[in-house]
Write a protein of this length. Structure first.
Length: 95
């Protein structure tokens, strides 16, 4: 049986051809496959969404986490990689 062609969506990540374009139509999945040079460990969301390879992208992921199906998972991954952002968020919370 012939294996279906795959499309690279990030370092060490791929999807069956055509699946990435279908996923990009779903809310919170608009960046699937747009960050091909970013390692899997540098994404906060599923299937190559919410890149967090640097501080500006991490802040952006937090700002847009509400678009994800699981915003708390996005926040957890960002805060694990950038603990300073969690401390800053806690400082800004009303007491």
């Amino acid at each position: 049986m012939k294996e279906k062609a795959r499309t690279k969506i990030g370092k060490g990540m791929s999807l069956p051809r055509g699946e990435a374009s279908e996923l990009r139509k779903k809310p919170g999945m608009g960046s699937v496959g747009k960050w091909k040079d970013v390692a899997k460990s540098n994404f906060a969301g599923p299937k190559g969404t919410f890149p967090i390879n640097d501080m500006p992208h991490a802040r952006n992921a937090l700002a847009r986490a509400h678009f994800s199906a699981d915003p708390e998972a996005i926040k957890k991954k960002v805060y694990a990689k950038y603990p300073g952002l969690k401390k800053r968020a806690q400082e800004r919370e009303p007491k």
